[in-house]
Design a protein around this ligand. Structure first.
Ligand code: GLN
Length: 310
């Protein structure tokens, strides 16, 4: 407690001392001669006033802590349009940002967004630096070992972006052939896949070809999807594999790119919360349920991904 108060009435000495912070010089100093039975009304009133002041200060200290508790710290990576990005005005925008705002509203909390690298979100949530992670984050069994996930609020698929003049028609073209079990036998010479570090695109692509990956040595990780796109434009990678909605945004914003037919994977998006914050997770789930039921989530999604473009 910032304001550690001591309130001492030294009857023996016949004086009252009110001090703030242990060890600090007692302030203010009021003398009341109790033994003599002299009750100076003015002094008693002054003492009461000081007590009231102390109580107010304690309340402020307490209220300060409460205000801090009322902040919902959300970690995201604001380079993932239309789920999270920074608008032209410099403010955070996107589906996750708006849904999180509504959740915070329902929880009576103030949303505070922290823009961090995607691959630091889970550890930040685990250590309590952030209350939740919301970043178009896919639920995976591996991640479930570290954090808990809310109910799903959206689905995503990993899409494959290539240069518009590419002769590849599907990611299956990146493999040399398929075995009797239907799984790829190997990756064609020179295939290089760009991914965003730590994402499911990265995890699945880095796997071995027999598991529909491309082998770690054929995968280049970039800090953001935007950097992977730059690498694709510069001819450093054959394709970028990334979630479909950001993929559409990147293709719309950059000339000379296209998305190949087919889905590399299908995934569920959810909010992650530390394992020991079950109460918060329950509150988030209740809020999410209400926001889904009353159409708020659908409205927000429609705003960013109009159904005629889906
Ligand atoms: N859905 C992907 C994942 O969870 C990518 C998320 C992101 O880059 N923000 O790994």
């Amino acid at each position: 407690m910032e304001f550690l108060c001591i309130f001492l009435l030294q009857y023996e000495k016949g004086c009252g001392i009110i001090g703030m912070r242990t060890g600090a010089k007692p302030v203010p100093y009021i003398r009341i001669n109790l033994r003599k039975g002299v009750f100076n009304m003015k002094k008693i009133l002054a003492l009461l006033a000081v007590v009231a002041l102390m109580a107010t200060m304690l309340c402020f200290a307490g209220c300060g802590e409460k205000a801090e508790d009322e902040v919902l710290d959300m970690a995201t990576n604001a380079a993932f349009p239309p789920y999270e990005y920074k608008g032209d005005d410099g403010n955070f925008a996107g589906i996750d940002v708006e849904i999180a705002g509504k959740i915070a509203e329902k929880l009576g909390m103030t949303l505070k967004i922290h823009d961090v690298d995607f691959d630091t979100i889970i550890s930040g949530v685990q250590t309590g630096k952030f209350d939740m992670g919301m970043a178009g984050m896919t639920v995976t069994d591996e991640r479930k070992k570290s954090v808990n996930f809310s109910d799903t609020y959206a689905t995503g698929v990993q899409a494959v972006i290539v240069k518009a003049d590419s002769t590849y028609t599907s990611y299956e073209d990146f493999y040399t052939g398929f075995g009797d079990d239907g799984n790829p036998l190997g990756t064609k010479e020179g295939i290089k896949i760009g991914v965003q570090q730590g994402t499911t695109g990265d995890i699945y692509c880095s796997d071995e070809p027999a598991k529909w990956g491309f082998g770690m040595s054929n995968v280049t990780q970039y800090k953001t999807g935007a950097e992977a796109i730059e690498a694709l434009k510069g001819g450093k990678v054959t394709a970028v594999i990334i979630d479909n909605e950001p993929a559409k945004s990147f293709v719309a914003a950059n000339e000379g790119l296209k998305i190949l037919e087919g889905k590399y994977t299908e995934e569920d998006y959810a909010i992650c919360v530390a394992k020991d914050k079950e109460e918060l997770l329950n509150k988030i789930n209740t809020a999410l349920k209400e926001l889904i039921a009353d159409g708020t989530v659908a409205q927000i999604v429609e705003k960013y991904i109009p159904s005629d473009e889906k």
